[in-house]
Design a protein around this ligand. Structure first.
Ligand code: ADP
Ligand code: ZN
Length: 291
């Protein structure tokens, strides 16, 4: 049986795995993301040892995903300077001599949730991680959306909520975009306390739900996904889900008519089913596709 390599390349850690054709994990390893010079040799050694016949990568971005571009598969304008313009896909191709496929970390997670998880059997879903940053992967008609570059739904403009004590936001590029208002670090900055230490009755959560509801309403209006899957560290606050659904309904105000919306969105806005493996399983799917 063939062995597939899967890499979930994150800004703080790299998750590596070898899986068989059925998606069974044969080996896995996690290492901190340092510079390419420090991190790449260790990753290459792992995939060589596992004798993978193809590699799939779900990576932090932004990425060059146009197959016709000379820098296809490179990490482009990342604020992580050591990785800026790093030809991630080409380096692995050269080192391993096997087919390598790549997509954004969040498109990978969205594909895995669509194939095997919360959106199984559906053709259209949005996967959003709310963590250190906010990122979204979009599967439409069974395919991850790339388009001009790839969606960056974490950075959509949002309306400041009335009474928000930090309306200026924290995104280095946009200030008060969704990530600037709703990422884990933005919550920490606004309330002067790490998000995970805020009590359940803190006003932070109603405000967080309001911003994520703006995202959900925008997504339902723009893409009509059949599932919106919200994951990442901040969504470990599962009490956010009912708040987000109610505020999304209030924003839509009855405009979108569908039982999945009118019945309260309990099956429409949901947590991931594969967490914490959505990303790495998506990379495995990419490996299988590129083989
Ligand atoms: P990353 O986005 O770096 O991959 P995470 O998805 O774990 O990692 O997100 C980390 C962020 O999530 C941090 O800003 C942290 O404050 C926040 N976070 C982690 N756990 C919780 C929790 N239980 N409740 C609320 N926020 C959390
Ligand atoms: Zn932004």
């Amino acid at each position: 049986m063939k062995t597939y390599g899967a890499l979930e390349a994150g800004g703080t850690k790299m998750v590596l795995a070898a899986l068989d054709e059925t998606g069974r994990f044969l080996a896995r390893k996690s290492l901190p993301t340092r510079t390419p010079e420090e991190t790449m040799p260790e990753m290459i050694a792992f995939f060589r040892e596992q004798d993978v016949s193809a590699l799939g990568i779900g990576s932090f971005g932004p990425l060059q995903l146009n197959p016709a571009a000379p820098d296809y598969g490179a990490i482009t304008a990342t604020p992580k300077l050591a990785w800026r313009n790093y030809p991630l896909l080409r380096r692995f191709e050269e080192a391993l001599g096997v087919p390598v496929g790549i997509d954004t970390d969040v498109n990978a997670a969205a594909m895995a949730e669509a194939a095997l998880g919360a959106a199984r059997g559906l053709d259209n879903c949005l996967y959003v991680t709310v963590g250190t940053g906010v990122g979204g992967g979009l599967v439409i008609a069974g395919k991850p959306v790339h388009g001009l570059i790839h969606p960056e739904i974490g950075h959509i403009p949002v309306r400041p909520e009335p009474g928000d004590p930090m309306p200026e936001g924290v995104c280095p590029s946009h200030g008060s975009c969704l990530e600037g208002m709703a990422s884990g670090p933005s919550i920490g900055r606004r309330w002067g306390c790490p998000a995970q230490e805020l009590p359940p009755d803190h006003p932070a959560w109603a405000l967080e739900a309001a911003y994520l509801a703006q995202l959900c309403a925008t997504a339902l209006l723009a893409f009509s996904p059949e599932k919106i899957i919200l994951g990442g560290g901040v969504m470990q606050q599962t009490a956010l889900f009912p708040l987000i659904r109610a505020k999304t309904a209030a924003l839509l105000n009855g405009y979108l008519v569908h039982p999945a919306i009118q019945s309260g969105m309990e099956d429409l806005i949901v947590p991931p089913a594969l967490s914490p493996d959505s990303g790495i399983l998506g990379s495995w799917l990419i490996a299988k596709e590129s083989a």
